[in-house]
Design a binder for this molecule. Structure first.
Ligand code: ADP
Ligand code: MG
Length: 216
């Protein structure tokens, strides 16, 4: 595994996440049926099918040759194709990940960590959720922390992403006993307790997929 992320790596990541979302759409929708309106799988599937198609076409056509524009392409496609809360939330995350990258064609472990940290900041600013509110933030926050610790300790990009994937899965599981304080699930109050958050579930898939594909 190379120790940098390239545009091709980003394209592989988005394609792999699309395939994960396609194969787990029913699970995501079932989770959202328990504490939301049962559309998370459909929302994510529509968004990621379009984002993957758009990114692949843009890379093949030479329209996207750097990492920032690749993230922006994903962001804009998600915002324009997903009606639910998750479209603008994931869109904001990718848009903020692109900030400041300029025409960079590769990112090392520190660069990847900084991008995910900016994405998390964007998500927080957009959704106003805090850690522990039972949202996708509860999977992304521990992932960014784990990535940062690995990079600070001199770990490789692969090690940092693997640690992030494991932490995101733990964060997803930790949403089960939480009381939802944001989004549709919050309307259920105490009845949201005991259910895994759908957005934290898709976020854990996104990070786990990054660990499998980025830098490869
Ligand atoms: P909708 O809630 O509009 O039907 P989705 O079902 O696609 O949209 O997405 C639901 C997920 O979005 C939730 O499981 C949660 O993780 C996430 N979410 C909802 N509101 C917020 C928020 N304010 N901040 C962060 N994440 C949120
Ligand atoms: Mg929903």
């Amino acid at each position: 595994m190379a120790d940098v992320v390239t545009v091709d790596g980003v394209a592989r990541w988005i394609h792999a996440f699309r395939e994960e979302v396609d194969s787990k759409a029913t699970v995501l929708t079932e989770l959202d049926s328990a504490i939301g309106d049962g559309d998370h799988g459909v929302n994510m599937r529509r968004g990621m099918d379009a984002a993957d198609d758009a990114l692949r076409a843009a890379v093949a056509g030479g329209e996207v040759a750097a990492i920032g524009p690749a993230f922006q392409k994903v962001a804009m496609t998600l915002v324009s194709t997903v009606g639910g809360a998750s479209g603008p939330l994931y869109g904001t995350m990718f848009l903020r990940m692109a900030t400041g990258l300029g025409s960079a064609v590769d990112l090392d472990g520190q660069g990847v960590t900084d991008a995910f940290a900016r994405g998390l900041e964007g998500l927080r600013a957009r959704g106003k959720a805090l850690a522990g509110d039972k949202t996708m933030i509860d999977a992304l926050t521990p992932a960014v922390d784990a990535m940062r610790s690995q990079v600070l300790a001199g770990g490789t990009l692969a090690a940092a992403l693997a640690a992030a994937g494991a932490a995101a899965n733990d964060g997803r599981d930790a949403t089960i006993p939480m009381l939802a304080r944001k989004g549709r699930a919050s309307y259920l109050g105490e009845r949201s307790i005991g259910h895994q958050d759908p957005g934290a579930t898709s976020m854990a898939l996104l990070i786990e997929t990054a660990a499998r594909t980025l830098g490869a």
